[in-house]
Design a protein around this ligand. Sequence first.
Ligand code: SF4
Length: 309
Amino acid sequence: MDNMELIEQIQRVKHEKRVAILAHYYSRPEIQDICDLLGDSLELSRAAASLTDVDIILFCGVNFMAETASVVSGGKKVLVPDNRAGCSLAESIKAQDLIEWKERNPGGVIVSYVNTTADVKAYTDICCTSSNAVKVVESIEPGKKILFLPDKNLGAYLKLVTGREMEIWHGDCCVHERFDSALLFKMRELHPNADILVHPESRCSGDPSAHKMDRVWFYSTSGMVKHVERSESKEFVILTEREILHQMRKRNPEKTLFDAGERAICGQMKRNTLEKVYQALVNESPQISVDPETAAKAIVPIKRMLDIL
Ligand code: SF4
């Protein structure tokens, strides 16, 4: 089938089976164009928790996102196009690592970035996304020790912005780890008139000199989308996964956007294709599920995260 036929068939099966297709901003453009809801991790978690008129969620992202959807969606079947789509951040820490870290730091408050497995969330006090991470950290009683995981770059950024002391796990996103301060300075040189938008998972996010640069902002993916829409600037450099530019260009055709080239591609997100979306709908597989005991524990820190705007 060509793409046109695939899209027709996807729409047909989707309606027959009462399916909502949720997709992350880093998805391939053709998936962004057919999904019911496009968003960042926080928006998609909220959507999965509030969907009432569907029986199945097809999640186009990576596995930890589908797990979160499974935990919050109240028993809905959660499908993915490719269950090999992993994430270097989520894979950087296992539940046993966290248990041992907690034992070494009694009384510490565990703040987990949402890019973690459900097993790790089950031992977490509160989750956060890049959209609400600062507010989550600020919500913790002053003087309490914070153990932040798994992203060392987001952790360094939070330390800098909130001034809070915290222990930080040593994980990283293999894409955003490539966005160091040298790249940021080079982008400024190449595009002197652009607004530069940086995702806080980026390696340069914890560098104080990056925060002193003019017209550089640190945003979650949805924050970047809003900034491009609202800003009067005509040029933007976007330091996150490059597929987000598809959406920005659709919404702002008159603006010029630059990305960081091939280093800005998440190969895991690209495992999902239209063909696999169609196959997953037809076969109702692969399915992502979380065992009930783990889900009952993991939903507690996820709900705390969803309560903090
Ligand atoms: S871009 Fe990074 S954090 Fe996002 S899914 Fe890919 S590896 Fe994980």
